[in-house]
Write a protein that binds this ligand. Structure first.
Ligand code: PLP
Length: 432
């Protein structure tokens, strides 16, 4: 059944799926961040679109939290992934040519990558990066920044979208986290080099790693000041801490070299996931060879996983790179991003709305607040109710943006100018 974006949604099939899921899966979903919408279940995806259980079409900007850089269900990526598992479905022993070719490719593009290890999720990659940093420095503490998300493990699961009263204190996001692990994480404000300098002056000998999202896209889009990132590089070198750029979102999305290539600052370690295999489960820990070599079999840092470097995901990533290497891929993504941001700014200005459009490349977000957007605390001025209600009304009009405060939107290679213009028309209607 196909319907246009304005067809009213019946809830029969949707309700049946939701009830089944709630009966057998806690809360009906397998990831805490996976919003449960009482009226919506997606059952099909293609290119720039999602289709719900009732057949209604949505232009998708959620992109499953970001991986679908080429668009949903990319035919060539799917074909190569299927061919790969029919050839070799994972033997769990020895080296593999395709895996080595992918590592070679990543090293050729990502400035910090001299060697690469593959795993399955961003959380695994950041966990491994921090363990490696602790091992090579012999230190326990790490620095992370308010507003950055690095996955579900105890060392980093804190201070992402924190309420005003939690700023400046620890804001752990789960019960059951080890208090001593939380204790060993120091949380500082993003773009505040002085705060990092003071912490290192006082505790420099104890800091194993500084980890950050180069652009904290988990709170939309707060661009880093170059002096901040360069300062982190200089300070971590001076104090012997390992600098980790978590490019799980920015990696491949903003360029095959990641955002580190855009900024021209090179960390010791980089984590990649999400977009690198266009939706297939793959993550990578890349970085200095002398560090990564600690993780070789028999080395002093244990790194393992039954499904690591699965042939299906490796083939998907090699194909994703092949498509991104085509000369018009990034220009298309960036052109559409610019068209969207310009269109949003024009509507906001014309309608006199108190809002700020932010973004980079194929990422965009509309905050309901005045500029500037430079630190996490700036975002406390965002009207969260308006932010979510605006998105709910867009969803009714067949535009899917995750209706959760501060979440970014993603454009894919499958989106067209017609999709952007249709989205802007819907935005104009909603903001009227
Ligand atoms: N790092 C960043 C920047 C992320 O945005 C995420 C997930 O959203 C992670 C790490 C964790 O990745 P995963 O959900 O694949 O474990």
């Amino acid at each position: 059944m196909t319907m246009d974006a304005t067809t009213p949604t019946s809830t029969s099939t949707t309700q049946a799926i939701l009830e089944l899921a709630q009966r057998y899966i806690p809360g009906g979903v397998s990831s805490a961040n996976r919003l449960v919408d009482p009226n919506l279940v997606f059952t099909r995806s293609q290119g720039a679109y999602l289709f719900d259980a009732e057949g209604k079409r949505y232009i998708d900007y959620h992109a499953a939290f970001g991986p679908l850089l080429l668009g949903h269900s990319h035919p060539l990526v799917n074909q190569r992934a299927a061919e790969a598992v029919m050839q070799l479905d994972g033997v769990g022993i020895g080296s593999n040519e395709q895996e080595a070719r992918l590592a070679e490719k990543i090293c050729s593009y990502v400035p910090s990558a001299e060697k690469v290890l593959f795993c399955n999720s961003g959380s695994e990659a950041t966990y491994a990066a921090l363990r490696l940093a602790r091992a090579v420095t012999g230190r326990n503490k790490i620095i992370k920044f308010q507003g950055c998300y690095h996955g579900w493990h105890d060392a980093v699961l804190m201070n992402v979208i924190s309420p005003a009263e939690k700023i400046g204190q620890k804001d752990p996001l789960s019960a059951g986290m080890l208090p001593e692990t939380i204790e060993n994480t120091i949380v500082l404000p993003f773009n505040d080099l002085e705060a990092v300098r003071q912490t290192l002056v006082q505790n420099g000998e104890e800091i194993a790693a500084i980890i950050l999202e180069l652009i904290p896209h988990n709170i939309g889009c707060v661009l880093p000041q170059l002096a901040f990132v360069q300062g982190l590089r200089d300070l971590s070198t001076h104090y012997g801490s390992i600098l980790i750029f978590d490019e799980v979102i920015t990696g491949f999305r903003h360029g095959l070299g990641g955002y580190q290539k855009v900024l021209g600052v090179t960390p010791d370690l980089t984590t990649l996931a999400k977009a690198i295999a266009n939706g297939y489960p793959l993550a990578a820990l890349a970085g200095r060879a002398d560090l990564l070599d600690h993780c070789r079999p028999g080395g002093d840092v244990f790194f393992a996983g039954t499904f690591n470097a699965h042939p299906m995901s490796i083939a998907a990533a090699l194909t994703t790179i092949e498509i991104l290497e085509q000369p018009d891929s990034y220009p298309h993504l960036f052109r559409l991003g610019e068209r969207m941001r310009e269109g949003l700014r024009e509507i906001i200005q014309r309608r006199g709305i108190n809002a700020t459009v932010a973004g980079f490349g194929s990422i965009f977000v509309t905050y309901f607040m005045e500029p500037p957007v430079e630190t996490y605390t700036d975002l406390l001025r965002n009207d969260a109710t308006k932010f979510v209600n605006y998105r709910r009304q867009l969803i009714e009009r067949g535009i899917y943006k995750l209706p959760v405060n501060l979440k970014r939107n993603h454009i894919s290679l499958a989106h067209t100018t017609a999709d952007i213009d249709q989205t802007l028309e819907a935005v104009d209607q909603v903001l009227r």
